[in-house]
Design a protein around this ligand. Sequence first.
Ligand SMILES: NC(=O)c1ccc[n+]([C@@H]2O[C@H](COP(=O)([O-])OP(=O)(O)OC[C@H]3O[C@@H](n4cnc5c(N)ncnc54)[C@H](OP(=O)(O)O)[C@@H]3O)[C@@H](O)[C@H]2O)c1
Length: 323
Amino acid sequence: MNYRRLGRSGLKVSELSLGSWVTYGNQVDTNAARECMAAAWDQGVNFFDNAEVYAAGKSEEIMGEALKKLAWPRIKVVISTKFFWGISDGPNEKNTLNRKYLMNAIDGSLKRLQMDYVDLVFCHRPDPNTPIEETAWAMHDMIVQGKALYWGTSEWSAAEIWAAHEIAARQHLHKPVMEQPQYNLFHRKRVESEYSRLYGDIGLGLTTWSPLASGLLTGKYRKGIPPDSRGALPRMGFLVEGLTDKTRNAVVGELETVAKELGCTLSQLAIAWCLKNPRVSTVITGASKVEQVKENMKALEVAHRLTGAAMDRIDNIVAGHDD
Ligand SMILES: NC(=O)c1ccc[n+]([C@@H]2O[C@H](COP(=O)([O-])OP(=O)(O)OC[C@H]3O[C@@H](n4cnc5c(N)ncnc54)[C@H](OP(=O)(O)O)[C@@H]3O)[C@@H](O)[C@H]2O)c1
């Protein structure tokens, strides 16, 4: 495992990490979560991603319980959470990044995770109804209070990230250091184009999500929806159209030829492709089973075999199919 700097910060994160969206609390209980986290840890993973809204707080409880049993030294792990959607009803409890919600939300997350602090805290989406200045102050105060070490954003536009950085710089606040965007073979533009100036100008780090486009890039949706997959979960119905898209599944078929030539699986190829982008600090993988963690971690070796020529071939195959 290599460890990359999280943007301009000094924090080092494993280039592959593990997240808990959909899985913890829905498909994975505490024991299974502990096994998946241990399998990742055995391969050198030090960063585990979470969010308040995942399974309405249950995902944080499960990770907290699993971490307690695993008893890893706190200095060796990097844990995140994210805020925006909230887990209870009320004008100041959901779909907001206002100060009242954020200061309350961090306390709830720390309790569920059974931790004194989280390493990374993200504003899970932009909030057009709260001034960025108010959010930046709340995130700064969270850090000053010792409840989080670094703050960042998730799926904010380049302009919004720039504004947050400028406000923080002008007022001598802790600046946002990382963004968590979707990044995979079918979703590239934001990372590769929209954010391009932010890497050099403000030293933005990236913790990227859905490297397998929720499983589409494993090839398992080419013949419909497997009953034990994310696509079959009732609450994930919104993903079905994308997962079963005929054109994209045909592209996945073409990518399989490249994978076979490289002697790897489609999942490994797709994750290795994300790793090749030096702007990416860590690729957050997801898994509902230990076997998937083990398979996906081998993408680290595959990345070394992905030559410039192989990357060009992949580019040609996906050209025109990404958004
Ligand atoms: N900031 C955000 O807005 C945001 C949004 C989404 C995700 N995230 C973060 O990013 C993490 C990763 O996202 P993701 O879970 O969508 O990642 P992903 O890699 O696109 O999808 C992971 C899912 O694909 C399936 N899978 C994984 N490896 C496989 C393999 N080798 N063979 C077959 N199937 C395999 C599993 O689902 P099944 O077994 O159920 O099919 C697994 O849960 C999340 O856990 C979360 O921490 C953040």
